[in-house]
Each structure stands twice: as structure tokens, then as C-alpha cells.
Design a protein around this ligand. Structure first.
Ligand SMILES: [Zn+2]
Length: 416
């Protein structure tokens, strides 16, 4: 009888041992997943405890140390040691952290994820606390993404954070040719060759867009990322820069998207051409961007225009932005503005029946249709590099051609 009990006890102990081992191994891989400090945790496993978590809203280092029953003095040492590397006095919500403690919950290291690309680790060494910042080394893979527009770009590309950012990157690259806020048509399509950044074989985020094709209203726009002298820009299929003197629209899709990130989707903008300018109907408060770089020649109230900004650009060009609810930060007469800078916000000041942006472009005091003018193009790839560019373009074209698009029934209507 006693003998059997002993055997049972041994069996239970053995099971417990295996369970501990499984938990230990699982924890080890879980820690690796954070991929910060790939130290071998199996050594002295019994003596170390690893705590991982995410910073909660309003939490600071002291709160975190208190929560995990660690010495508060150590939180001060950590904060002091990292002061010159990365200040830990305020932590970002939802940022990941990892704490390794030894026997008696003595701190061995504290790691904090600064952003998607870097972490700071404070190690408790024999000679004191030492902080170092590390760049996360992602493995790059080349991915392809394709889609057909039904409602808007984000709907088609995917609404999760990574796809949303990819969509915004694409809209930035083609912002000189395509108006992503009002100019997309149902049935437009896109193909993107993009870097995928991986950690431990797991997709983390998209990197740079290497090339893209966008068919907008029947016209094909292509973009190829090409580097020269350490500077990377996007070029069309002939090697001309995609950057132009004027953006296709004064309402930047990225700015609108980030401005209205609280609502599920971006406001539906409409465009009208009732007179010498273009009216963009948009919710009050939508940021208005300078379509080109230049100088503010007027920022004030003017009759029917209400709050108005006029910019002067090189070569006799001027752009006007009317009915604004307020001016952008630092926008006043004589100030220089960069292309894309916010000059004001959509409103309904002056002679206006509802919130909209009145946009006008003039050349030598003559109004013209901004949608039709031939934009002066940016710099092209130098002749000496054209052969390189062309072979790069060909490999990209092969990849782009392989991207399949979802089939959308021709009669299908968007259910907006
Ligand atoms: Zn108008």
C-alpha cells in the first residue's frame, strides 16, 4: 500500500516537473516574441522572472514597479540611467515593456518599446545601471497587395492599422496626380509591391512601398521608388519625378484621415465647379493644405470669401482658399509655407450656405481650372542612371503584373 502511494507521489511529481518545463519553454518563446533582448533565459531560469505588459493610460514607471511589487528605488535608478538615452519620465499608452527580475524580485533589466523601430533597455550591472537604445532589426520580405476601389481606398485596402498606413503612404506618393479625397471612382484599382517587416517569422508592419500602379478613372499612374546619392524618390515609368509644383487637391487624404480617425471612415467629400473655382464640400474643421509651396500674400477676412488665405507661388501662380473656419498655425501675411502645410480649416464664413472649401488657382491674375493645368514636373532621373532605373522598373513591372485583383461584378453597387 505504502509502496503504491510512493509510486503515485513520484508520478505526480514527474507530471509537475513536465508541466513546469512546458510552462518554462512557453514563457521563453513568449519572451522571444518581444524580440528585444535575445538573451538566453533558460540559464538560471529558476531564479529569473520575466514580466511583460503594456503601459496603461496615465501609468508611469513608478506605477508599473508598484504594480509588479518591485522596489520603487529601482524605478528611479532606471529612469536616471536612461535619461540621456531615452527619457522614461513619461511613457506612451499601449507601449510594451519587459521586466526581468532575479531572486528577491531584484531588478535585472527593464526594456521599453519606444516605437515600432526602437527599444531602450536598462540593465542592472555590477557597476551600476546602464541604458542602451537598440534599433529593432526586422527581416525584410517583398509583399504584394492589390485591390479594387468600391467606396474608398481604406475600405478596399483594409482597415487594420497596417493596411490603413499603407493606404496613406500610397496616397502620399500619388498625391500630385490623384485626388484621393474626391477623385476616386468605383472600379479604380491598385497594385503595390511593398516591403514586409518581420520579426520571428511574424509579420509586424509594412516598410517602404517599392512600386505601385493605380488605375484612376481609366488612367494608369505608376510609381517606382529609386535611390540616387542616398536620396530616394518616386518616379513614373519614364523616370520623371512624381513630385510636382502643385498637389492634385488642397484636401490631403492623409490629413483628412488622421483628422477624422475617431469616426470609422473619412467624411465623404464632394466637388462642385459652379464658378471660377472649385468647391469641395467637406465637414467643418477638415484641414486644408497648401497645394504648392510659396508665401502667404493674404490671410484675413474678405467679403464673400469669408476667412481667406491667398498664397503666391513661383512663376506667377496664386492659390486661394476661402470660407475657412480658422487659419492654420502661423499662417499670416508674408510667411513662407511648404507644399502640404495646413493653411486653414474648412468652414462656412462669408457668403456660404454650408461648410465647404472654395479653391481657386490663378496664373498671372487669370483664373484657371486647377484640375486641368499641366503641372510643371519635378526633377527627372539623370541620364547616367536611366539604364539602372529601367532595369529596376522591369523587375518591378514583372512583380506588379503578378498581383491578382479581386473580381468585382460589373453591375455591383457600393452599399454606402
Ligand atoms: Zn466657391
Amino acid at each position: 500500500m505504502i509502496e503504491i502511494e510512493e509510486k503515485t507521489a513520484k508520478y505526480v511529481l514527474c507530471l509537475l516537473f513536465i508541466a513546469c518545463l512546458v510552462i518554462g519553454v512557453a514563457e521563453y518563446y513568449y519572451n522571444l516574441d518581444f524580440a528585444v533582448d535575445q538573451k538566453d533565459f533558460t540559464q538560471e531560469k529558476t531564479a529569473q522572472t520575466v514580466i511583460t505588459g503594456f503601459v496603461r493610460s496615465g501609468e508611469n514607471l513608478v506605477n508599473i514597479f508598484k504594480k509588479h511589487k518591485l522596489r520603487l528605488k529601482e524605478s528611479l535608478m532606471v529612469s536616471e540611467a536612461s535619461a540621456n538615452v531615452h527619457k522614461l519620465s513619461s511613457l506612451g499608452s499601449f507601449k510594451p515593456y519587459k521586466i526581468v527580475v532575479g531572486p528577491d524580485r531584484k531588478l535585472e533589466s527593464f526594456t521599453y518599446g519606444i516605437d515600432d523601430d526602437s527599444v531602450v533597455t536598462v540593465i542592472n550591472t555590477d557597476s551600476g545601471y546602464r541604458a542602451e537604445k537598440k534599433v529593432i532589426a526586422y527581416e525584410k520580405r517583398i509583399l504584394s497587395v492589390g485591390g479594387v476601389i468600391r467606396n474608398n481606398l481604406i475600405d478596399s485596402i483594409g482597415e487594420d492599422r497596417e493596411h490603413l498606413l499603407l493606404g496613406l503612404d500610397l496616397s502620399d506618393i500619388l498625391a500630385w496626380d490623384i485626388d484621393f479625397s474626391t477623385g476616386l471612382r468605383s472600379g479604380d484599382s491598385f497594385r503595390i509591391v511593398v516591403e514586409g517587416l518581420y520579426l520571428d517569422n511574424e509579420f509586424r508592419k509594412f516598410g517602404k512601398i517599392l512600386s505601385a500602379q493605380f488605375i484612376n478613372n481609366g488612367s494608369l499612374y505608376a510609381a517606382y521608388r529609386f535611390e540616387q546619392n542616398g536620396d530616394a524618390h518616386y518616379y513614373d515609368e519614364t523616370g520623371r519625378s512624381l513630385r510636382k509644383a502643385f498637389l492634385k487637391a488642397p484636401l490631403n487624404f492623409r490629413k483628412i484621415s488622421s483628422h477624422y480617425s475617431g469616426s470609422r471612415l473619412h467624411p465623404i467629400l464632394k466637388i462642385y465647379r459652379p464658378h471660377h473655382g472649385i468647391d469641395y464640400s467637406a465637414p467643418a474643421g477638415t484641414p486644408v493644405s497648401a497645394s504648392g509651396g510659396g508665401t502667404v500674400s493674404f490671410a484675413g477676412y474678405k467679403n464673400g470669401y469669408g476667412k481667406l488665405v491667398i498664397l503666391s507661388h513661383p512663376n506667377g501662380y496664386r492659390t486661394c482658399y476661402g470660407h475657412l473656419s480658422k487659419f492654420g498655425e502661423g499662417i499670416s501675411s508674408g510667411k513662407k509655407v511648404e507644399q502640404g502645410q495646413v493653411v486653414g480649416y474648412v468652414g462656412s464664413t462669408g457668403m456660404s450656405t454650408g461648410p465647404h472649401l472654395h479653391y481657386e488657382m490663378l496664373v498671372n491674375n487669370k483664373t484657371m481650372n486647377p484640375l486641368k493645368i499641366k503641372m510643371p514636373a519635378g526633377e527627372a532621373i539623370p541620364k547616367t542612371l536611366l539604364a539602372d532605373f529601367s532595369s529596376y522598373r522591369k523587375t518591378m513591372d514583372t512583380r506588379l503584373a503578378l498581383i491578382g485583383l479581386p473580381i468585382v461584378a460589373s453591375g455591383e453597387r457600393s452599399d454606402r
